[in-house]
Each structure stands twice: as structure tokens, then as C-alpha cells.
Design a protein around this ligand. Structure first.
Ligand SMILES: Cc1cc2nc3c(=O)[nH]c(=O)nc-3n(C[C@H](O)[C@H](O)[C@H](O)COP(=O)(O)O)c2cc1C
Length: 156
């Protein structure tokens, strides 16, 4: 008989419309503000996550114990800094794939090729982004960020 102690580990992927400043520097400051708070909260709840900010959309993957993810998502979905929050996928996972409690990636010229390859924007506009596309982009962005910090050996 197979038993799993980790059966309550899940990931939740959602996307939403960001309600942020149109001015890039102010927008970056607002996202940094979200991150400061979320980092501490997620550490406490043993949640790992990645937030992508692309062309007016937030896309986030949250991983952790089922109850912690639910509680955190409830808070996030009531936040006035975004609207039209839609869950894309919510399912059990065998292991975590994101390494920090809260990392975020803004689309910049330096990582634009990864966004172009994923071509998520048309799916977001139609309201039907695919979980697998988001997941692949998030992993590529995490690997890219880590490689720039010189810790790509974790991913070989
Ligand atoms: C796009 C977005 C992502 C967020 N991600 C998280 C998160 O991963 N964890 C978290 O605790 N709060 C996150 N927040 C912040 C929550 O919505 C909320 O402001 C905060 O958790 C409330 O904390 P408080 O009850 O201590 O004031 C996020 C907010 C936004 C707009």
C-alpha cells in the first residue's frame, strides 16, 4: 500500500488584472511593497511562490500545505491592488518547484525573450491562460533569475 505524508501539498495558479500605477518606477515600488509583506507572511505559513507581472496582469503560483494556501489565497483575492482574480489551476503536487517564499519578476528587456516564447498575453486577454504555459514560464523565469545570481548549479 502506498501512503503519502505529503498528500496535502498543493499548488494554486491564478491570474488577475493589476490595479497599479501607470508610471513604471511607481509601479515597481508598489510591487516591492507587496513583496515585503508577502515574503514575511509566506515564510510564516511555509508557502513558496512566484509572482509574474506582465502587461497589466498578475500571475502567481502559490505552493504549500492546502489550508495555508487557501487562507493566503483568500487574503490575496480580496486585495484592492488587483481585480478579476481567476484561478487557473489548483491541484496536489508531489514536490515544491519554487525555492523562495515570495519572488517576483517584472517583464524587462532582459527577460523579454522568455515572455515572448511563452506568448501568454493573448491567452490572458481571452481569459483562458493554460496552467502548463504559466508553469513553464514561471520555471524558466526562476531558473533565469537564479542563473543571474550564480546559482544555476541547483538546476542541472
Ligand atoms: C498580486 C498580489 C500578490 C500577493 N501575494 C501575497 C502572498 O503570496 N502572500 C501574502 O501573504 N500576501 C500576498 N499579497 C498581499 C495580500 O493580498 C494582503 O495584502 C496581505 O497578505 C494582508 O496582510 P494583513 O492581513 O497582515 O494586512 C499579495 C497581494 C497582491 C496584490
Amino acid at each position: 500500500m502506498r501512503t503519502s505524508k505529503r498528500s496535502s501539498l498543493i499548488h494554486l495558479i491564478y491570474f488577475s488584472r493589476a490595479q497599479l500605477s501607470a508610471e513604471p518606477r511607481e509601479r515597481a515600488r508598489q510591487v516591492a511593497d507587496i513583496a515585503r509583506h508577502a515574503q514575511k507572511k509566506n515564510e510564516f505559513s511555509v508557502i513558496t511562490s512566484l509572482l509574474i507581472v506582465d502587461q497589466g496582469y498578475f500571475i502567481q503560483i502559490l505552493e504549500g500545505e492546502r489550508m495555508s494556501v487557501q487562507e493566503t489565497f483568500q487574503r490575496i483575492s480580496g486585495d484592492i491592488r488587483h481585480r478579476d482574480v481567476h484561478i487557473v489551476e489548483w491541484r496536489e503536487i508531489a514536490k515544491r518547484e519554487f525555492v523562495t517564499s515570495f519572488a517576483y519578476v517584472l517583464r524587462t528587456p532582459a527577460n523579454d525573450a522568455l515572455f515572448q516564447k511563452a506568448n501568454l498575453a493573448p491567452m490572458l486577454q481571452r481569459g483562458t491562460p493554460k496552467a502548463s504555459t504559466i508553469h513553464a514560464l514561471a520555471q524558466a523565469l526562476q531558473a533565469d533569475t537564479m542563473a543571474k545570481q550564480g546559482i544555476d548549479h541547483l538546476f542541472v
